[in-house]
Design a protein around this ligand. Structure first.
Ligand code: NAD
Length: 233
């Protein structure tokens, strides 16, 4: 079976009702990114940041995977699929994708404030535990923090992601403006003969001269078209 690697971004979950980052509308206008997605913002007002991610978890219980997530999971019948996502939601997993690499962390997990990547203190929350409070402690006695890679922090999963991209026969970019690094640089690791597809309803500057087959559609319709192009059922 061929190796198919997907790089997904916020647009992947847009049709599920989770707002994208730069699309405007609600969420990211109300909460400046410096406040809720940087270590400095967290140091300044941890309660606000903890509550912001509590809200995001609450939303997770109200949304469902869209046709795009389901279509990607379906490709596992015909390909070795690896999903590399910038999203912190769990919609790829809930759609049935078996191998998902989260570059920017996971909403359903919490970790130590002292060392977010110390695996001993990374914990999966059950839905009953989704509302974290100031004062809740990780195993090392520090405040429990959302397991999210904030702007300015290192992206430990990037090395693993690169390895999969280096052995991709097919590389599919969906719903990302390709503005956030190092995720956006992953395309550069695809071998020269890798087929590259891009699904996005808007034009995207991929910062590369690689030949790309553009499917200018939303995630659901776009993945359906991709499956047809790849000749799957
Ligand atoms: P972005 O907001 O910068 O770009 C979103 C892209 O999705 C745009 O190119 C847009 O045209 C496209 N898009 C809009 N509607 C779409 C649809 N229906 N189908 C397919 N594509 C669609 O997002 P980004 O590049 O992922 O960068 C934003 C950062 O914010 C990431 O680091 C991500 O971790 C984070 N984020 C995550 C979530 C989530 O977990 N669901 C949501 C918002 C932001």
């Amino acid at each position: 079976m061929k190796n198919l690697v997907v790089l997904s971004g916020a647009g992947m979950s847009a049709e599920s009702g989770i707002s994208t980052f730069r699309g405007g509308g609600g969420l990211w206008d109300k909460y400046p990114v410096e406040q809720v997605a940087t270590p400095e913002g967290y140091a300044k007002d941890p309660e606000l940041v903890i509550n912001f991610y509590n809200e995001r978890r609450k939303q997770l219980l109200e949304v469902v995977p869209n046709g795009g997530h389901l279509g990607i999971a379906d490709l596992e019948k015909d390909f070795n699929v690896t999903v590399i996502t910038q999203n912190i939601d769990n919609l790829h997993e809930r759609a049935g994708s078996k191998h998902v690499i989260h570059l920017h962390g996971e909403l359903t997990k919490v970790c130590s404030s002292r060392n977010p990547n110390d695996y001993r203190y990374i914990k999966e929350l059950s839905p009953e535990e989704y509302q974290v409070r100031l004062g809740d402690k990780a195993g090392d006695g520090s405040q429990l923090r959302p397991f999210i890679v904030w702007f300015g922090e290192s992206v430990p999963m990037i090395e693993t992601a690169i390895e999969y991209v280096e052995s991709a026969d097919i590389f599919v970019i969906i719903g990302t403006s390709m503005n956030v690094y190092p995720a956006a640089g992953l395309l550069n690791y695809a071998p020269q003969d890798t087929e590259i597809y891009l699904i996005d309803p808007n034009p995207v500057d991929i910062h590369s001269y690689r030949k790309v087959s553009v499917i200018q559609k939303g995630a659901s319709e776009g993945v359906e078209e991709l499956s047809a192009l790849l000749n799957t059922d």
